[in-house]
Design a protein around this ligand. Structure first.
Ligand SMILES: [Zn+2]
Length: 153
């Protein structure tokens, strides 16, 4: 399935979460989990806000969706290409479809997801990218910490 108008609306919701995270002083990565056109969980990276290194946007959205009997009928939206922790969770939960806002500022796990049968849709959304670029420019040390790289000199 290509990037539809519904996808666009859900990506806008994920981006709104990312913007809230940015305004809170955190990493601006947002995510929503959707079933049958309804958002069942929304979240954002709260690593800084909650001091929780595992609280990536996707993990936060899944946590806030609460227990589910299954994930075979959901789509996960994330403003940024998932890290390996989140990609592993997507595979672990059997989520069949992931829509990614952008993968210009971070990426590399799309092939892993596809190799495990996940449909990956790249939105290539300029607003998602602009927010991440601003964050990386303004807070390079915080970003390095998020992707477990050595801090910039
Ligand atoms: Zn992640």
């Amino acid at each position: 399935m290509p990037y539809t108008d519904d996808d666009k609306a859900h990506m806008a919701a994920a981006l709104a979460e990312a913007q809230t995270g940015f305004d809170e002083g955190g990493c601006p990565i947002g995510s929503v989990v959707v079933r049958g056109g309804e958002v069942i969980g929304r979240g954002r990276n709260r690593r800084v806000q909650e001091g929780d290194p595992i609280a990536h946007g996707e993990m936060d959205a899944l946590r806030r969706a609460g227990r589910q009997t299954g994930y075979r009928d959901v789509t996960l939206y994330t403003t940024l290409s998932p890290c390996m922790m989140c990609a592993g969770t997507i595979v672990q939960f059997g989520i069949p479809r992931v829509v990614i806002g952008e993968n210009a500022t971070f990426g590399g796990n799309e092939e892993f997801l596809r190799s495990r049968g996940v449909e990956v849709v790249l939105a290539d959304d300029p607003d998602c990218r602009a927010l991440m670029e601003r964050f990386i420019r303004e807070k390079p040390a915080l970003w390095a910490e998020d992707i477990a790289e050595a801090p910039p000199e």
